[in-house]
Write a protein that binds this ligand. Structure first.
Ligand code: NAP
Length: 260
């Protein structure tokens, strides 16, 4: 399938590793010039080199914290008129809501709700003017099925989901779509480090814990980030212009429901 994306420009946030990287690589494989961001310059440059080597597209890097105003300004200066925006950032830490004061909540809202909203605000009118735009927010399965220890993630991402649902309907007639991708467990550094912490707490070995977790999924495994990247590419494709304001759960069937 020709996705019609060759020659487009994408800003992919938080993309030196994991799901963001997989989205950037997937888009680059379709001929999209990508601007990728992350806080750590060394791993960001390694990621850029890997994408260039695999695809030959132009890859621009912006080292900075996308959850800050300065970080967003740098990213937008490097890619002022993206055709595609992939919103992503690290998730809030787990814990007990009784321990979270206002500052912790504000940081979570900044990272997982307000940062994507401000980036959409910065780029959406340009997309409308050009008659093409694709925005994908990487959220979490926790938006549909809350994870008790991830209260800040459940809350902040649900806020983004609500806002995006409204905005998506305002821009769809201009061939600008906004959709959310909801990862279940994907084998990334984040999943490994979360599993390591849980394994230590349970006095278990991390590989055993990951195997047990995989077995409990209907798919019998955790997700491969390249599968996530492929779903992102499809939502960005020319063919996906009628998919508006959706929340696509990629969790191997773990969410048990007859329909979404
Ligand atoms: P990951 O493997 O840890 O990768 C995170 C990427 O984001 C890295 O490139 C990291 O680079 C960058 N990053 C983190 N915070 C950033 C910031 N403030 N500014 C710029 N870049 C930043 O994580 P992942 O598994 O891909 O997860 C991506 C998102 O999906 C997270 O919000 C996570 O909570 C959510 N999620 C993941 C899963 C899963 O199973 N993997 C499941 C549900 C939800 P630097 O550290 O160098 O900045």
């Amino acid at each position: 399938m020709d996705t019609g994306l060759s020659g487009k420009r994408a800003l992919v946030c938080a993309a030196s590793k994991g799901l963001g990287f997989a989205c950037a690589m997937g888009l680059a494989q379709e001929g999209v010039a990508v601007t990728i961001t992350a806080r750590t310059a060394s791993t960001l440059e390694e990621a850029a080199a890997a994408i260039r080597a695999a695809t030959g597209v132009v890859v621009t890097t912006v080292a900075g914290d996308i959850t800050t105003e300065a970080g967003r300004a740098q990213a937008l200066a490097a890619c002022p008129q993206p055709d595609i925006l992939i919103n992503n950032a690290g998730g809030p830490p787990p814990g007990d809501f009784r321990d979270w004061e206002r500052d912790a909540w504000i940081a979570a809202l900044d990272a997982n709700m307000l940062t994507p909203i401000f980036l959409m605000k910065a780029v959406v009118d340009g997309m409308i003017g050009r008659g093409f735009g694709r925005i994908v927010n990487i959220t979490s399965g926790s938006v549909k099925s809350p994870i008790a220890t991830l209260g800040m993630s459940n809350g902040a991402r649900a806020g983004l989901t609500g806002f995006s649902a409204g905005l998506a309907r305002q821009v769809a007639r201009h061939n600008v779509t906004i959709n959310n991708l909801l990862p279940g467990p994907f084998l990334t550094d984040r999943l490994r480090s979360n599993a390591r912490a849980a394994a230590e707490a349970a006095g278990q070995d991390v590989d055993t814990m990951l195997r047990e977790r995989a077995k409990s999924s209907p798919a019998g495994r955790v997700g491969n980030p390249t599968e996530f990247g492929a779903a992102c590419v499809f939502l960005c494709s020319a063919q996906a212009g009628f998919i508006v304001g959706q929340n696509l759960l990629l969790d191997g069937g773990a969410f048990n429901a007859t329909m979404g």
